[in-house]
Every structure is written in C-alpha cells, then in structure tokens.
Design a protein around this ligand. Structure first.
Ligand code: 5GP
Length: 164
C-alpha cells in the first residue's frame, strides 16, 4: 500500500518495552546485544536497559541508499566485531526492521560460527523477509518512517551572529 507506517518516538518507547518483555518471557538471557548501525542502535539501547544488558556491540552494515533504493548486497563496514568477543556468547541482534532480511542474514551468518546462540529482535518485520526474527513488535509491508531518520540532517543555521 502507498501509505507509510509511521513510528513516533512515543510508540518506539512502548515497542522497546514490549520487545524486551517478549524476550524475558521467552527465557532468553543474552550475554550481549549486537546492534546494527545506525537504526539498530536505538533498539539496542532500549533493549539494553530493559533487559539489564550492559554489553553492547555495534556492526555497520550498508545496504539502502534511499527509499526503496538498495545496493545488490549488504556489506559489513569496518570495524567488524572481534570473534573473540562473541565467542560462546548468547547474542541478541537488534535492528529497526527486517525488510528483505539480507542484512540480518549477513549478521546472523557472521555470528553463527562463533556464538552459542544468536537471535534477532526487530521493531518491524516485512512479510518477504528471508530471516524470520525470533522477536518482532509489528509486521508491515509498508515503508516505515522511523523517528530518527524522518528529518533531514541539520545544516548550520543562517543569520547567525558571528563573533569574529
Ligand atoms: P534489509 O536488509 O532487511 O532489506 O534492510 C535492512 C535495512 O534497510 C534496515 O536496517 C533499514 O535501515 C533499511 N530499511 C528497510 N526497510 C525500511 C523501511 O521501511 N523504512 C526505513 N526507514 N528503512 C528501511
């Protein structure tokens, strides 16, 4: 459908708590949370507090260039998490959305060789995602506006009073 799914900051707060509750109810106790930058950082921060997990890691994966514009394949950008840090751990991968699922597939496969258990938590999952996440707040087939990426980057204001 043409209409977008809009996530507000307020509903993001509720989503984070609901995701954490589902994870806790499932008895999954992650040793660390692996966030996928940049959208997954917000999700990982919320889950880190709600699940009382302080060990947070970041992975940079680049895929989309704009609305419905994607590269052929997602790529991991350096620095890539140290395999020793992940070794034997129960890992919770946190991201904003599983769309094609290619990003989470890449991260999950990267983890799989090293970790004891890897599970994925996302705010949204789309029906065609090749990865079925263990923890999903909502399912949608729409393009989602996230509160952190809806506005354009700030630019320096005009008409500033300059000192020198
Ligand atoms: P995937 O690899 O699952 O196709 O896409 C993963 C990434 O693409 C997400 O982490 C997100 O950054 C971006 N993305 C995919 N679908 C959407 C969407 O509906 N809205 C926004 N804002 N970003 C999206």
């Amino acid at each position: 459908s043409a209409e977008r799914e809009v996530l507000t900051w307020e509903s993001f707060g509720a989503a984070g708590r609901a995701l954490a509750q589902a994870i806790a109810d499932d008895g999954y106790r992650p040793d660390l949370i692996l966030s996928i930058a940049r959208g997954g950082l917000f999700v990982a921060g919320a889950l880190g507090y709600a699940l009382d997990v302080k060990n947070l890691h970041v992975m940079n994966v680049e895929f989309y260039t704009g609305v419905n514009e994607r590269l052929d394949l997602p790529v991991m950008l350096p620095p890539v998490p140290n395999a020793v840090d992940l070794s034997g751990a129960r890992v919770l991968v946190a991201d904003d959305v599983a769309d094609t699922g290619a990003t989470l597939r890449l991260v999950r496969d990267f983890c799989a060789d090293h970790v004891a258990d890897v599970r994925c938590a996302v705010v949204y999952e789309k029906p065609h995602s090749e990865v079925k996440c263990e923890y999903v707040w909502r399912h949608t087939d729409r393009w989602i506006n996230f509160p952190w990426s809806t506005l354009p980057p700030v630019v320096r204001s005009e008409n500033q009073v300059l000192d020198a």
